[in-house]
Design a protein around this ligand. Structure first.
Ligand code: 6PG
Length: 245
């Protein structure tokens, strides 16, 4: 059972609240599969940016069971920890075990961030890859999936982060959680997407969700992304939405 949250969302921002994490995962998989099928049927290909962290894992498992033409979908990552692809902290590894392998996504459609390289080289290589794929001022991904940290970060854009300028598509983030460097898409890239979907679960994030969505903390990266993106959908379980209901 889902419910739209009571207050009218800001224009262009949809909030869908699911009863529990299992429903959230099913709902997220359904939304992503529908968006990708719409893009591939319209243009023959689609581009999908995966989120990292732990929340998306159940959604990726559900998505792997959906009928998506993965041979027509290019997969990218919103951010990556600077670790090898088989490291337990790797966002690629999490997606590989929950989605890429079960759904048999063709390897040529998988464009991971080379976290095993020195950070600056990984940034350069990923930016080059993206600029070869998208010949436009900003890459217009069909769908960018993001999680959100308790501090309101999205991808690896943490509160207080100021990229030196808004030109880069890919940025290094030194000393992320656990002291691990990261590579992240910039805010400009995230908000250039056709559709941004934020996937947030758990009561611990309820206050941050409320501050991000009610405008009381507009500087939160999750709030900035929501304010500047073309089309934004927040997928929440009831505990994460408890500050809104
Ligand atoms: C990462 C993610 C990060 C994540 C949030 C939420 O690399 O960690 O990109 O932005 O989505 O930190 O993480 P959880 O889903 O584990 O709460």
């Amino acid at each position: 059972m889902t419910s739209e949250s009571p207050e009218p969302p800001r224009k262009g921002v949809t909030r869908i609240v699911f009863d529990d994490t299992a429903e959230l995962a099913r709902g997220a998989a359904e939304l992503v599969a529908t968006a990708l099928s719409h893009a591939t049927s319209g243009r023959g290909t689609a581009s999908f940016v995966l989120a990292g962290g732990t929340t998306p894992a159940a959604s990726y498992r559900a998505l792997a069971r959906k009928s998506v033409d993965w041979g027509s979908v290019d997969l990218f990552w919103g951010d990556e920890r600077c670790v090898p692809p088989d490291h337990p902290a790797s966002n690629y590894r999490m997606a590989s075990t929950t989605l890429l392998e079960p759904a048999k996504v063709p390897a040529e459609r998988v464009h991971r961030i080379p976290g095993e390289l020195p950070t600056d080289r990984a940034v350069r290589e990923y930016e080059t890859l993206l600029r070869q794929r998208f010949d436009e001022p900003w890459p217009r991904f069909d769908l960018v999936l993001l999680g959100m940290g308790v501090d309101g970060h999205v991808a690896s854009l943490f509160p207080g982060h100021r990229s030196q300028d808004d030109r880069p598509w890919v940025i290094p983030v030194e000393g992320g959680p656990g002291g691990i460097d990261r590579v992240s898409l910039s805010m400009g890239v995230l908000t250039a997407a056709e559709q941004l979907v934020l996937l947030v679960s758990g009561a611990a994030k309820a206050d941050t969700v409320k501050r991000a969505l009610t405008g009381t903390d507009p500087g939160l990266p999750a709030a900035v992304a929501t304010a500047h993106a073309r089309k934004v959908t927040w997928l929440l379980d009831r505990p994460a939405a408890s500050g809104l209901l």
